[in-house]
Design a protein around this ligand. Structure first.
Ligand code: A2P
Length: 260
């Protein structure tokens, strides 16, 4: 059995009782494209490592790695991961992979990053990658959660972009962040409703001051639950977009948000 390399936890941050992020060291040899995922986990007493797929939330230029996780009550991995502290070791398998990458999309004008829940993680990476803004004129990050406090991670990522002297210069006003909640009243600056409903009603396009999706201009990345992906995929197909992959780039790509 090959041993899985371990990395050191640098920082943890808890957003709600169920959502947390953590940063770890990054081995020099660990290469990835923004939007990819890796197998990450903890050792077990029986000697077998417990690993799950985790999207890398940090961009590929970052010296360390960031992950955003849900805590599943009694979940064998996430309930333990939620307790890690700076200095602890986690297992991280090299060779990340995934389809939520710029290479899987044809050139276009606007990139839509459509997420629910922890599905925002790969887009936290893509939205912080300067290459995204070389390839697209506009980027719209959508994040829908049940409750407002679950939106905080995405708000912090976008605030971080605006505060970063280099990134803010590159991004300018070309990134829009559209957040919505579905199970409580929306506060200021937040919409109400599922992203799929906001697409159907046109509210998403109104809020981002962009026209509805067209095969010429728009490219979409989708990350959320199985049901959310199915519904958003159908809307992409209705708009005449076709799915892409690493080997055959297209007009939209999907990946399930992993844990949870
Ligand atoms: P809703 O509250 O209406 O179910 P979950 O935690 O269940 O994955 O949900 C995260 C967010 O995704 C919630 O706001 C939820 O809305 C929304 N959602 C769930 N299913 C779908 C779907 N099929 N299409 C779009 N959004 C969805």
């Amino acid at each position: 059995m090959t041993t899985i390399p371990s990395e050191t936890v640098l920082e943890t941050r808890h957003y709600t009782d169920d959502l947390f992020s953590f940063r770890t060291t990054r081995p020099q040899s660990f290469r990835f494209r923004s939007g990819e995922f890796a197998m990450l986990g903890l050792p077990q007493e029986n000697g077998k490592p417990l690993l799950r797929a985790y999207s890398i939330a940090s961009p590929n230029w970052s010296d360390d790695l960031e992950f955003f996780s849900i805590k599943v009550p009694d979940g064998p991995l996430t309930s333990r991961l939620a307790n890690v502290k700076p200095g602890d070791q986690i297992l991280l398998r090299p060779k990340p992979t995934g389809t939520l990458v710029l290479d899987a999309l044809l050139p276009g004008r606007t990139l839509w990053l459509v997420s629910t829940g922890t599905g925002i993680a790969p887009f936290a990476s893509v939205a912080r990658d300067p290459e995204t803004y070389e390839r697209f004129e506009r980027v719209v990050l959508t994040h829908t959660c049940r409750k407002a406090d679950e939106l905080q991670y995405g708000i912090d990522v976008v605030d971080g972009i605006r505060r970063d002297p280099i990134l803010s210069e590159i991004v300018g006003n070309r990134l829009s962040h559209i957040a919505s909640v579905t199970r409580e009243n929306a506060g200021p600056g937040t919409l109400e409703g599922r992203v799929t409903d906001l697409i159907r009603s046109g509210e998403l396009f109104e809020a981002s001051e962009l026209p509805a999706w067209s095969p010429e201009n728009d490219r979409v990345m989708i990350c959320g639950s199985t049901a959310m992906i199915a519904d958003t995929r159908a809307l992409c197909e209705d708009a005449g977009l076709e799915e892409g992959s690493n080997s055959a780039p297209g007009r939209f790509v999907v990946e399930k948000a992993f844990v949870g």
